[in-house]
Ligand binder design. Structure first.
Ligand code: GMT
Length: 377
């Protein structure tokens, strides 16, 4: 197949999933055309089967804001014609599904161009549910030829928020050979110089991720007499607040903020516990990647996380904001290496038996084939 994929190229779960999906489809013989405003973060290598088409923005004095949605639609239609695309697969509903629908409609007299929208979470739970965006998001979903969601939770949310139920659940996935615990003694020594227990948080530091809670959790762990450290991986609007809280609690020397990193697997390989205290999380890709690296997860019992992390088996779940309980759970894991390693092994087994690329990528391919085979007017 010739597949057009659109993602936000910035640091975010939907961009990662869309990029990794494209690479996996190319490995299976398909040609993937990324259509985006910039090269997506994880798309490090382009080749004959993984191509990139940049959306060009025209600046004109009359435009107070450049109309990205229209520029994207134009690019989608052009690429669909020149590259003979079979379908467009967009990740994140706003505005990508609207652009794709415009592209499809503009080409309708000449060719069929099915649009598949994958919902990732905040496009529904935050942005799409905002009253001002709700009608257009509902339209984008209802007008797509196929809709997928990354968890059963998100499918339910889509039904509740938009009254739309024809949604296929295709979860996030992880490559078991890429995401496996690898010895990284230098990095471990840098983040934990005396081999202290190491807590790791990975996110885009948006308010919804509650990164400040990670600092609070570290304080609770250390308050129990455990000399733990914390590595904060990523960047975003809440980073300053988290750093400030670490200073206020006198913990700055035990917290390392490493910013955005290209190889998350290295940080997961040296982690003892992953912290994911999110306010909302429709799946929790960071949790899945940590589990594949044998890292138990201490997380909020929210959204799709309970589908991924089994409380007491592969991690520990708590109510959002309950940093006392999360601190106690993390401390218990830090203190008992045998139990922690056993939980880590179960986490990898659970992650790969359900979310390995070889299980999930064929679900996307079958979905594409079903949409292409469907009757159309
Ligand atoms: O909040 C993020 O991490 C970014 C966001 C996105 O759409 O870019 O991530 C969402 O998609 C990920 C990949 O499908 C999911 O694993 C995350 O759970 C989800 N984030 C939220 O729901 C907050």
């Amino acid at each position: 197949m010739n597949i057009g994929i659109t993602v936000y190229p910035t640091y975010g779960g939907s961009g990662i999933v869309g990029s990794e999906l494209g690479k996996e489809l190319a490995r299976r013989g398909h040609t993937v055309h990324f259509i985006a405003s910039a090269l997506p973060t994880r798309l490090t290598e382009l080749n004959e089967r993984v191509r990139f088409h940049e959306v060009e923005m025209m600046s004109y004095p009359l435009f107070e804001h450049q109309p990205y949605t229209l520029a994207l639609a134009t690019k989608m239609a052009t690429v669909a014609e020149t590259e003979q695309l079979d379908l467009l697969h967009v990740h994140y509903a706003i505005p990508h599904s609207i652009s794709a629908i415009l592209a499809r409609e503009s080409l309708r007299p000449q060719r069929r161009l099915p649009v598949i929208t994958t919902l990732h979470g905040t496009d529904i739970t935050l942005v799409g549910a905002d009253r001002s965006y709700l009608p257009i998001t509902r339209y984008g979903i209802a007008q797509s030829d196929g809709v997928t969601a990354i968890s059963h939770y998100l499918k339910r949310e889509t039904e509740e928020t938009f009254g739309y139920s024809d949604v296929e659940v295709i979860p996030n996935f992880v490559c078991g050979s890429e995401y496996a615990r690898q010895p990284r003694p230098e990095l471990r020594a840098e983040l934990s110089p005396a081999n202290e227990p190491l807590l790791v948080h990975v996110s885009n530091f948006r308010p919804v991720k509650r990164p400040v809670d990670c600092v609070e959790i570290l304080a609770r762990v250390r308050g129990r007499g455990i000399n733990a450290r914390l590595a904060m991986v990523g960047d975003g609007s809440e980073r300053g607040r988290a750093e400030h809280r670490a200073r206020c609690l006198g913990l700055e020397e035990f917290c390392t903020f490493v910013g955005k990193q290209p190889r998350i697997v290295d940080y997961l390989s040296v982690a003892d516990v992953l912290l994911l205290p999110s306010e909302q999380e429709s799946f929790g890709l960071a949790a899945l990647e940590a589990m594949a690296c044998e890292v138990p997860v201490v997380a909020s019992r929210v959204g799709g996380i309970p589908e991924v992390v089994t409380d007491g088996e592969t991690g520990c779940l708590s109510e959002v904001g309950d940093v006392a309980k999360m601190g106690a759970d993390a401390a218990a894991l830090c203190a008992d290496e045998t139990a922690r390693r056993a939980m880590g092994r179960r986490a990898r087994e659970s992650a790969l038996s359900r979310y390995n690329t070889d299980l999930v990528i064929p679900q996307y391919i079958e979905f594409y084939e079903r949409i292409l085979a469907a009757d159309h007017d």
